[in-house]
Design a protein around this ligand. Structure first.
Ligand SMILES: Cc1cc2nc3c(=O)[nH]c(=O)nc-3n(C[C@H](O)[C@H](O)[C@H](O)COP(=O)(O)O)c2cc1C
Length: 208
C-alpha cells in the first residue's frame, strides 16, 4: 500500500507517520511566559540534531484555532527553554501537563511539580527529571502555515548523579534512566527497551 500525502490528507499523514516513526523521545519542555508563568508540556517531535554546536529541535504545531501553543509563544518571546527527559515514574505527571490549560495557569502547579532555576536560561528545569537540557533559541524554521521547528542550542545538560557511572568521562547509566518514549495512537508509550548491541562496521580496502 502506498499513501500519497497532500494537504487534504493531513490527518491521515499524521496518523501514519506518528504510528510508524516510533519510538520517539519525549521532550518535556519548560518555558516562561512574558508574565512570568512557568509552562510545561510534552513534545515528541523532538530530537538532537547536531553536536557542533550541540542543537536540539522541537516541532510545534499551532492549536486547531490557529493560536500558538504556550510553549511556542513563550520560547519565541524569552528565546530560551529547557528540555526535561521523562522517566517512567514521571510519565503520569508528564501526561497531566499536556492539559490544555490557559496561559495564566501553570501546568507545573497542576501536576504538583517542583522546579529549579536555569543556569544559562530564564526557564527553570523540572527538579525530578533525571536529565534536563538548557537551550537558547537558535533558529525558527516555518515548516508550514501553522507549524514551526524551534532549534535550540544546548548550553548545559543536568544529569542526576545517581545515573552517572563515571562523571569525569561522561559515562551515563542510560538503561537506569528508564526513559519513556512515544508510540502509536493517542496514548501509547514505551519504556525499558529490549536492547542489543551491533558493532559498527569498518570498510576494509581489498587492496590493503
Ligand atoms: C507525549 C506527547 C507528545 C506531544 N508531542 C507534541 C509535538 O511534538 N508537537 C505538538 O505540537 N504537540 C505535541 N503534543 C501536544 C501538546 O503537548 C499539547 O498541545 C499541549 O497542551 C501544549 O501545551 P502548551 O500550550 O502549554 O505548550 C504532545 C502531547 C503528548 C501527550
Amino acid at each position: 500500500m502506498r499513501y500519497d500525502l497532500t494537504p487534504e490528507t493531513r490527518a491521515l499523514g499524521y496518523k501514519l507517520l506518528t504510528a510508524t516513526v516510533t519510538p520517539r523521545p519525549i521532550g518535556w519542555v519548560t518555558s516562561v511566559s512574558p508574565e512570568g508563568i512557568i509552562n510545561a508540556a510534552p513534545y515528541s517531535f523532538f530530537n538532537v540534531m547536531g553536536d557542533a554546536p550541540p542543537v536540539v529541535a522541537l516541532g510545534i504545531m499551532d492549536r486547531p484555532d490557529g493560536s500558538l501553543k504556550d510553549t511556542a509563544r513563550n520560547i519565541l518571546s524569552a528565546r530560551d527553554f529547557v528540555v526535561n527527559l521523562v522517566s517512567r515514574e514521571l510519565a503520569e505527571a508528564m501526561n497531566v501537563t499536556c492539559i490544555n490549560a490557559p496561559p495564566e495557569v501553570s501546568e507545573i502547579d497542576v501536576a504538583k511539580l517542583e522546579t529549579l532555576p536555569g543556569v544559562h536560561v530564564s526557564a527553570p528545569r523540572i527538579a525530578r527529571a533525571p536529565v534536563s537540557i538548557e537551550c537558547v533559541l537558535q533558529q525558527v524554521v516555518e515548516t508550514g502555515p501553522a507549524q514551526r521547528l524551534l532549534i535550540g542550542e544546548v548550553k548545559a545538560i543536568h544529569i542526576a548523579d545517581a545515573y552517572l557511572l563515571n562523571p569525569e568521562r561522561g559515562h551515563v547509566d542510560a538503561p537506569a534512566l528508564n526513559l519513556i518514549a512515544r508510540m502509536h495512537g493517542a496514548g501509547w508509550y514505551a519504556h525499558a527497551p529490549d536492547m542489543f548491541e551491533l558493532e559498527r562496521p569498518v570498510y576494509a580496502n581489498p587492496k590493503d
